[in-house]
Design a protein around this ligand. Structure first.
Ligand SMILES: Cc1ncc(COP(=O)(O)O)c(C=O)c1O
Length: 369
């Protein structure tokens, strides 16, 4: 028989998951109750309200999808797009590429707007593309975890709305670590994940939809291709006057996000964003003093995901392996064209502390010299 689980504790400083507060782990051990128990409905309502505050939205349909961030992404696409629709996808990293894949699986026509990895999407490109096409949605990643780029959204949002399209945004890495203003920025559909700056385990995807995106869903002519992610049914379970069974809610994960969101709001959003910036600056100072360079220009850098160039002569896998084996510190490898060239150091939520930074810098000095 396999032995009882006993993995070594790690300091999670990669692209996610991040460290989880013991309060969240304790909440997960709360006794099981039924997914239609009035007590659970009350917990769901509290999760929805705390998620609205986090997204800075009054959207009634704001809840969590029962799977990781990619399911939030897929929920937005499969519910809004019908075969033959057109979707314009902004791509400057791995997650823009994933969006393109989903668009094609929906049978929609894809228009790609590409920017070099490590750079933001230029609003001028979106403007020009919108002059020659009429997409139903324009989608973009707010915080591209594969490159460390923070994408400004407001100008692009205005252009998208002027064209009559819906604006769909990925906030998996940004939410709870930097400003996300769903209503003020005119975001029509948005999704995120639990395992980055919210610092709960991976397993849920917070989502929010405004009346424009709900109208697009309500006026579909074809059934949503995914039964599990069909929002017309999920909505009834999460927000309906009479809660109806759709699938069995992941009770312990909802306990986890409930406690994680309580911690986020106890700290206060603005204080939390400030902590992410201050710690990013401390890490930057330490890394630059050791001779490391950042991949992304300062004005577009994510505070919670620091992409740094691996200097010549340093063995990517050896250093990351030693960090893990000797110091229990996980950092992220480069993805795609940045494999072997870039490290991705996460300072997300519970992993965004001065102690984490000191440990990492000390360990890197010992390994690299
Ligand atoms: C920007 C972004 N979008 C989507 C995802 C997919 O989320 P998940 O891996 O939780 O399914 C990730 C995960 O790293 C991400 O960073």
């Amino acid at each position: 028989m396999a032995k009882e689980l006993n993995p070594r504790a790690r300091f999670l400083m990669g692209p996610g998951p991040s460290d989880v507060n013991p309060r969240v782990l304790k909440a997960m051990a709360t006794p099981m109750i039924g997914h239609l128990d009035p007590q659970f409905i009350q917990i769901m309502d509290e999760v929805m309200e705390m998620t609205r505050q986090l997204f800075k939205t009054g959207n009634q349909v704001t809840s969590v999808i029962s799977a990781t961030g990619s399911a939030g992404m897929e929920t937005c696409f499969v519910n809004i797009l019908e075969p033959g629709d057109t979707a314009m996808v902004c791509v400057n990293g791995v997650f823009g590429n994933r969006m393109c894949d989903i668009v094609e699986r929906c049978g929609a026509k894809l228009i790609r707007i590409d920017a070099p990895w490590g750079e933001p999407i230029d609003p001028g490109q979106v403007k020009e593309a919108l002059e020659h096409s009429d997409p139903k949605i324009v989608t973009i990643v707010h915080a591209e975890t594969s490159t460390g780029v923070l994408q400004p959204l407001e100008e692009i949002s205005r252009m998208v709305h002027d064209s009559g399209a819906l604006f769909v945004v990925d906030t998996v890495t940004s939410l709870a670590g930097t400003q996300v203003k769903v209503d003020e920025w005119g975001i029509d559909a948005v999704y995120s994940g639990t395992q980055k700056c919210i610092s709960a385990p991976p397993g849920l995807s917070p989502v929010s939809f405004n009346s424009r995106s709900l109208e697009a869903m309500d006026s579909r002519k074809t059934k949503v291709q995914s039964w599990y992610l069909d929002l017309s049914m999920i909505r009834k379970y999460w927000t309906g006057a009479k809660r109806a069974y759709h699938h069995t809610g992941p009770i312990s994960m909802v306990y986890a996000i409930h406690e994680a969101l309580r911690i986020v709001h106890e700290e206060g959003l603005e204080a939390r964003f400030e902590r992410h910036i201050l710690n990013h600056m401390k890490l930057k100072e330490g890394l630059e003093a050791m001779g490391f360079e950042f991949l992304v220009a300062p004005e577009f850098r994510l505070p919670m995901l620091n992409a740094i160039k691996i200097p010549d002569g340093i063995e990517d896998a050896t250093v990351r392996g030693r960090l893990l084996d000797e110091y229990n510190i996980e950092i992220g490898a480069g993805l795609g064209e940045f494999a072997g060239k870039v490290w991705r150091i996460g300072l997300m939520g519970e992993s965004c502390t001065q102690n984490h930074i000191n440990m990492l810098l000390g360990a890197l000095k010992n390994i690299i010299g």
